[in-house]
Design a protein around this ligand. Structure first.
Ligand SMILES: Nc1ncnc2c1ncn2[C@@H]1O[C@H](COP(=O)(O)OP(=O)(O)OP(=O)(O)O)[C@@H](O)[C@H]1O
Ligand SMILES: [Mg+2]
Length: 251
């Protein structure tokens, strides 16, 4: 369980102070997948940077499974918008990086899992390539493989599929949900796409303008529905969310 109480972040410099997000209070059950949608500049990346440990100065309380959030204690997978692959390491070494950092023993069971995930995400043949030798979609799949391989307590993704063309994006979403359903790490992802939020979010959190607060949280009744994109309810829910967003984003 991820518990966030009155989280608020301000960026302070000697010139000014920007109140970027909050206060935010939310509880996320283990095994949930949350889609966060909000206007540009409302603090979504800031929120993920707090949870991933990049931002250490914030007000409020964040606990993961009963203890204060701490990237040294918890395994937190973060996929930034540019995928975050290290350019000087090949795909295989990038994928195993977090295991190396945490000194995890790579036994036969783990090797089997790594092979399975790499095959599933179709990057087995790209193991020896460097990030600059990959397309956007391939980088994307490598960064997702890396996140699943580390078996995170919390998986964070900042607009994970925004750089992909429409069809590759739908394929990437389907692949992601397929593998996610197998391991079910607690996940929060940021998106600008209502369709993506409905396709991938068990819960959908709609944020206000900066400083972002929660306008509404929707339990998505359509999560994990087969052939969702052809479903009439999908269009109805999209239109419902669009209405809430328009109201919530009015200034
Ligand atoms: N390092 C920083 N110093 C000062 N202000 C910052 C800093 N980083 C972000 N901000 C401000 O904080 C607010 C939130 O920024 P953030 O990047 O979290 O927004 P976002 O919701 O991720 O936006 P987008 O959808 O465009 O990615 C914005 O007003 C931004 O200008
Ligand atoms: Mg952002």
């Amino acid at each position: 369980m991820l518990d966030i109480e009155n989280l608020s972040v301000s960026y302070k410099s000697n010139r000014n102070t920007v109140h970027a997000i909050g206060p935010i209070t939310m509880a996320i059950e283990s095994g949930d997948i949350i889609a966060m949608i909000g206007p540009s500049g409302c603090g979504k990346s800031t929120f993920l940077h707090v949870l991933s440990g990049i931002i250490k100065e914030y007000d409020g309380l964040v606990t993961l499974n009963g203890t204060g959030l701490n990237p040294k204690l918890h395994d937190i997978g973060f996929i930034p918008q540019n995928f975050g692959l290290l350019p000087w390491k090949n795909v295989e070494k990038n994928c195993l990086l977090s295991l190396k950092i945490k000194n995890k023993i790579i036994d036969s069971e783990l090797i089997e899992k790594i092979d399975y995930i790499m095959n599933r995400l179709n990057i087995q043949d790209l193991k020896n390539r460097y990030p600059k030798e990959l397309s956007g979609g391939q980088k994307q799949r490598a960064s997702i493989a890396r996140a699943f391989i580390m078996n995170p307590d919390l998986l964070l993704m900042d607009e994970p599929f925004s750089a992909l063309d429409a069809i590759t994006r739908e394929e990437a979403q389907e692949l992601f949900i397929d593998v996610w359903n197998q391991y079910k790490p607690t996940t929060i992802f940021v998106t600008h796409s209502i369709e993506e939020a409905i396709y991938m979010g068990k819960k959908i959190v709609i944020m206000s303008h900066c400083p972002g607060t929660i306008v509404k949280t929707i339990d998505n009744p359509l999560f994990n529905t087969e052939n969702l994109r052809q479903n009439e309810e999908y269009l109805k829910l999209s239109s419902h969310i669009r209405t809430i967003i328009k109201k919530g984003w009015e200034v």
